[in-house]
Design a protein around this ligand. Structure first.
Ligand code: ZN
Length: 289
């Protein structure tokens, strides 16, 4: 069974029906949807993406990537990209994802998007959405929502208590203190998006001491070589297939290419049981534990 653990629901780019058709064509059984956090992005030039990725991978140049990121953020918390302002939703709307899950309960799960920086009732928001069938865990984005991960403590404590996994897109420095989160909440399953962006190898080293820290293999924030390196460093049991659809890898008609990241995993030198674990088994095991 193939489960995409990380995809966004933005019907402006990919509506549910064409998405289901793409899933069927690529053999993807189920997708865990995340509410939209941003207005559609202008296309990021591939060389810029590759350069920042390279800068982040190496500790001495990571501060440069951090500076670039700060320069792209406006005071209001939006992004300045390609000469335009791209709005970041401070409170992503969970409702459309809940509706998609209700309409296709056998094909979709949902992540509950929370932002503790702008939601004083964040624990109530969690209670409201976790009551909806098919909502499997919590999505957090301290990178674009621009908060220090220490303010997540009440949310992470509650998630740990409930056995809900957390999918987190880490930020730089105090906005992505995975060591503190994993140490303070040792029973919490944490999935770090995009192979541990922006720490990558440093995160994999930290994660070796924390068995409940995982990574997903989604998005052009990584490439095939990085995905392989993550699996080599962490082992197949700690890596989870995801896409970041509808953003990133495209078919010639500019819609999302559901086969791209599956191709990376198919080409990895792995046993069949390890491949099965990455493409679905690990996420399901973690939801059942
Ligand atoms: Zn994403």
């Amino acid at each position: 069974m193939i489960v995409d653990a990380h995809a966004h629901l933005d019907p402006r780019l990919l509506d549910l029906e064409p998405m289901l058709a793409k899933m069927d064509a690529a053999g993807v059984d189920r997708v865990a949807l995340i509410p939209t956090i941003n207005e559609p992005l202008p296309e990021t030039p591939k060389t810029l993406l590759a350069l920042t990725r390279h800068a982040m991978c190496h500790r001495p140049t990571r501060p440069l990537a951090h500076l670039v990121h700060r320069a792209l953020m406006t005071r209001g918390g939006d992004l300045r990209l390609g000469g335009q302002i791209v709005r970041i939703h401070q409170q992503p709307d969970n409702e459309p994802v809940a509706r998609a899950v209700a309409a296709h309960p056998d094909r979709f799960w949902g992540w509950i998007f929370l932002n503790p920086a702008t939601d004083p009732q964040v624990l109530d928001t969690l209670e409201r959405w976790r009551a909806v069938p098919g909502m499997i865990g919590i999505k957090l984005h301290p990178h674009w929502h621009d908060y220090r991960t220490e303010i997540l403590a009440p949310v992470l404590a509650r998630a740990q208590e409930l056995g809900l996994p957390v999918l987190i897109h880490l930020g730089f420095g105090k906005r992505g203190d995975i060591r503190a989160m994993a140490t303070d909440f040792p029973r919490l399953h944490i999935i770090c998006a995009h192979a541990g962006f922006p720490l990558y190898g440093d995160l994999w080293r930290i994660a070796t001491g924390h068995p409940r820290v995982h990574v997903d293999l989604s998005s052009p924030y990584i490439d095939e070589a990085l995905a392989r390196a993550a699996v080599r460093a962490l082992g197949a049991r700690r890596c989870i297939y995801g896409t970041d659809s509808p953003y990133g890898f495209e078919e010639p008609d500019h819609t999302y290419d559901y086969r791209h990241i599956l191709g990376w995993i198919a080409r990895m030198p792995l046993r069949e049981d390890e491949r099965d674990a990455i493409v679905g088994g690990n996420l399901r095991a973690l939801l059942e534990s």
